[in-house]
Ligand binder design. Structure first.
Ligand code: DQA
Length: 146
């Protein structure tokens, strides 16, 4: 199976930005761990981070016919991007939405997601464990469906 991990804007600064909310682990460390776990689970994981909406959309389009499942932390685009939503609807690839922080315990503008209702599921507030849970769940779902 091929799983795509996407991380949205400002997540390149993980480990440095707002550490009380997002922790000290860098994105490089998170991705390295996940690639290792994926290999143990016999799936291939590829990763892209972008601060640009159109690049994330490009990767979702490119995933068509090649990727079985997407794990995404859309970051601030969660709360703004109809275009990202439409990209997912266009390619019809199942995805899990991940947030490190509990978006419901934060500012009201973070309570709405343009993606949650079309996601397989949403994980938030569990820090980097959320990425791990999402990966395990994706593999479990893919193994069941094939
Ligand atoms: C985030 C939550 C978003 O509201 C915020 O814009 C982010 C990170 C999270 O992982 O908790 O950049 O997606």
């Amino acid at each position: 199976f091929h799983i795509l991990l996407l991380n949205g804007p400002n997540l390149n600064l993980l480990g440095h930005r707002e550490v009380t909310k997002y922790g000290y682990t860098t994105l490089t460390e998170i991705v390295k761990d996940l690639i290792h776990i994926a290999a143990n689970l016999k799936v291939k994981l590829c990763h892209f981070q972008s601060n640009a909406e159109h690049i994330l959309i490009h990767h979702i389009h490119e995933a068509r016919g090649k990727i079985d499942f997407i794990l995404i932390n859309p970051a601030a685009f969660t709360h703004t991007s109809i275009a990202l939503r439409d990209a997912f609807l266009s390619v019809n690839i199942p995805f899990i939405e991940i947030h490190l922080s509990n978006i419901y315990a934060r500012e009201p503008f973070r309570h709405y997601s343009y993606l949650s209702d079309i996601a397989v599921g949403v994980i938030c507030g569990l820090g980097i464990d959320g990425y791990h849970f999402a990966l395990h769940k994706a593999v479990k779902l893919l193994s069941k469906s094939h």
